[in-house]
Design a protein around this ligand. Structure first.
Ligand code: NAD
Length: 447
């Protein structure tokens, strides 16, 4: 393996706080996800020599919207829900980012994810900025009718602040194409769309194909993870055929990454999700596991593999570990347990700065989230173009153009790594910020 140890580690030491964080008034909390995310971005900004005014702009989102809305439950009672939409930056194009329905959604998580969307869209050179939203709820506890009413009321609550050319949501954890369809239908009904109702549906991407969704969108994030691995593995000394890998999460990103890698000859040996962890040294049938999860809701009770503990999961020897679940799962302890050569971040922000430091010390290569999981938003962009131009691309064209964006983004990251001698995450942030800095240099700041 030729994992390069960074000649100039860019990971901010735990006891160093960037003064920009104080200037924009962020509280001192090293465990806070937003502080962690923006801290690493600002470290990259300093290495790049990003002008201070751009650093200040990047350090806080432009808009933070918080709403409360009542929904009639099946019991006849009303329940009050809390929703968020954060619009981080639109220097490169309309705000763009997913909607998360999860019981543990907080404003600072949504802010972090919105910032990462700004970084991601810029890295893959698509004309979007960064946004993110969410509703604090557990979709598994809601009936289909309740889920639809939560979606429609949330859309109504934020409809004045979004739009097909202003802010375009998409699916994320706990939401899917059906949720996007209800969202689009509600937005279209609430806006002045008598003359162009189809165009109003462009307000979200990740829609079902029948109402303007793109072929290849459902698998796009997993496909993008695989495209990056195909591009990066040869120089890390790993062959795809027979490569052993493990997954955290077997939802949209995890299951598609697993199924596509298996088709290329790699072997899934361990999976962990919210229902437990499983392992099989013979390899896990990725299609059969997807069917099992669709029926049972998780991997925990899958019969054709052994149940293992969380610690055993992390200690399973693999070539590649793909975290594809939630944020902050790989902290120092997990980073010490991991027995992998490479981590390909399918999830957003799965590794804390502390976890990053341990992985870096141990020479484990981390392929960062803004590169690995950019496939979803890239195909969302293709969907938006198709809607805007009333065309339909073939799946082959979607896959081909996605691959081109992923390969070019990987090349930008590698170039920045070489030039600045840093880890891959910092390199991806440098490449992304460089693009944003150019836009600010040309546009300037109003007035
Ligand atoms: P999903 O809801 O389809 O799947 C989430 C998975 O996480 C499930 O398998 C669930 O069991 C697992 N999970 C939840 N809590 C867990 C826990 N405590 N321990 C272990 N596993 C747990 O969501 P998704 O769309 O696949 O998103 C996964 C990640 O990828 C998120 O970070 C999301 O922001 C990111 N992402 C998604 C997309 C997309 O297109 N869906 C695009 C880019 C990034």
């Amino acid at each position: 393996m030729t994992t390069a140890t960074p000649s100039r580690p860019a990971i901010t030491p735990a006891n160093v706080r960037n003064p920009i964080l104080d200037e924009v008034g962020l509280p001192l909390d090293p465990d806070n996800l937003y502080n962690q995310t923006v801290g690493v971005v600002l470290t990259a900004a300093e290495m790049l020599g990003l002008p201070k005014f751009v650093q200040l702009i990047m350090a806080q989102p432009k808009n933070e919207i918080m709403v409360h809305f009542p929904v009639k439950m099946d019991s006849g009672e009303y329940q009050l829900f809390k929703g968020y939409r954060v619009q981080h930056n639109n220097a490169l194009g309309p705000y763009k980012g997913g909607l998360r329905f999860h019981h543990d959604v907080h404003l600072d998580d949504v802010k972090s994810l919105a910032l990462l969307m700004t970084m991601k869209c810029s890295l893959v050179h698509i004309p979007f900025g960064g946004g993110k939203g969410g509703v604090k709820c557990n979709p598994r506890d809601l009936s289909q009718g309740e889920l639809m009413r939560v979606t429609r009321r949330f859309c109504a609550a934020i409809s004045h602040a979004i739009g097909p050319d202003y802010d375009i949501p998409a699916p994320d954890v706990g939401t899917n194409a059906q949720v996007m369809a209800w969202f689009a239908d509600t937005y279209e009904s609430l806006t002045d769309s008598n003359r162009n109702s189809w165009d109003a549906l462009r307000v979200v991407t990740g829609k079902p194909v029948e109402i303007g969704g793109s072929l290849g969108r459902e698998k796009a994030t997993g496909q993008g993870v695989v495209d990056v691995l195909v591009e990066m593995l040869p120089e890390l000394g790993i062959k795809m055929e027979g490569m052993k890998f493990s997954l955290i999460g077997y939802g949209n990103v995890g299951s598609w990454t697993g199924r596509i890698l298996a088709k290329l000859g790699a072997k899934l040996v361990a999976v962990m999700d919210h229902t437990g962890a499983i392992r099989s040294d013979k390899g896990i049938d990725t299609e059969a596991l997807a069917e099992h999860v669709a029926k049972s809701g998780g991997v925990g009770a899958y019969g054709a593999a052994s149940k293992i503990s969380t610690e055993e999961f992390y200690k399973t020897k693999v070539d590649v570990l793909v975290p594809a679940a939630l944020e902050q799962m790989i902290k120092e302890q997990e980073a010490r347990w991991i027995d992998a050569k490479v981590i390909a971040e399918g999830a957003n922000a799965p590794t804390t700065p502390g976890g990053d430091r341990v992985l870096n010390e141990r020479g484990i290569e981390v392929l960062p989230a803004i590169l690995c999981n950019a496939g979803g938003v890239t195909v969302s962009y293709f969907e938006w173009i198709q809607n805007k131009s009333c065309t339909r691309w073939t799946e082959e064209r979607v896959d081909r153009e996605l691959n081109q964006h992923m390969v070019e983004a990987a090349a930008r990251t590698k170039r920045a790594r070489q030039r600045y001698g840093c880890d891959m995450r910092t390199a991806s942030y440098i490449a992304s910020l460089d693009n944003i800095a150019k836009a600010y240099a040309i546009r300037g700041i109003f007035p």
